[in-house]
Design a protein around this ligand. Sequence first.
Ligand SMILES: Nc1ncnc2c1ncn2[C@@H]1O[C@H](COP(=O)(O)OP(=O)(O)OP(=O)(O)O)[C@@H](O)[C@H]1O
Ligand SMILES: [Mg+2]
Length: 348
Amino acid sequence: MKTKGYKNSGFSYAGAIIFFVTIALLMQIAILVYDYIRERTDNNVLIAILILIVIIILSGVCTLIDYLRRRATVEKPVERILFATERIASGDFDTRIEIANTYDKYNGYDLISENLNIMAAELSRSEILKNDFVSNVSHELKTPIAVISGYADALRDQTLPPEEREKIAEALSRAAKRLSALVSNILKLTKLENQETRPELERFNLTSMLGEVILGYESVIENKGLALECDLDDVYITSSPSLLELVFHNLISNAIKFTDKGTVSISLKRTDDRVSVQISDTGCGMSRDVGMKIFEKFYQGDTSHAGEGNGLGLALVRRVIDILGGEITVSSELSRGSTFTVTIEDAQ
Ligand SMILES: Nc1ncnc2c1ncn2[C@@H]1O[C@H](COP(=O)(O)OP(=O)(O)OP(=O)(O)O)[C@@H](O)[C@H]1O
Ligand SMILES: [Mg+2]
């Protein structure tokens, strides 16, 4: 099988011709030497011994030429690859193999080297991602754990008035909830990232499902004094209800969290085989720079709300949309509000 960029397996026409001409020359020399000896003596034993010596010398020369050729075309590249793979195997993912030929003259060794370089770069990238992930998780775990440990110490004080105790219990509960949300989001994200195939799909009433999600936030919306506007078409869809629920929970909770006054509006529309859900708010909005990063894991643009979450919500949303083959767009203006539009196909 020929792969991309593969030209030959180390075979060079020039090398083969040089090898052929050398062997022919050596044979010619052997014949000339034989004639030369034959002209000078009739002693067959002496002739045989001299010819044997000449053959041994010429065979030695042939072996040396072959060794040098193999050294240059086979052993050197194999040594280079072996050295690099040993370094990569020992964890040095920055190792790269120098490629001897230009791309248009790639042989098998060059192609193997290039593929190994790509693999090393990929390993190095996932190593960085893994380390970033671990340090982000540790960082996010530290804050609530510090809160829990501080308040647990404070509770030891027997003279604490009941209302202070109540406040501390409230703070402890918030920190524990934050920890629990973090762990649950990490588990969800890991599961979704390992999910290669499309999830189990079923036909369901998207309007009822969205309505139930909204209902779950009714008291928070009321407590914050926000207005809620809903414009929902009656839509049935074939998709994954659990994954879509995750998307709407995250987008609606963000709209409420980042809006201090005004309105949260939710609309659901069907056009042909596509369904679009729009969640708008009149909240703090975001700058263009922030908007570019909001789907990254652990990214939180608005520091005043950093305590209320871990920056995993939109990373989860993006992953779900990718799995379902949909699209998500954001338009936002600082201090004016944001609109998130999710478009999903009806896989009926
Ligand atoms: N409706 C919105 N209005 C303004 N900014 C938003 C909105 N939605 C998301 N953002 C910005 O995007 C960032 C990432 O959002 P994401 O949902 O991933 O994290 P989070 O809400 O801070 O935490 P989590 O979702 O883990 O509870 C937010 O921190 C915020 O800066
Ligand atoms: Mg969120």
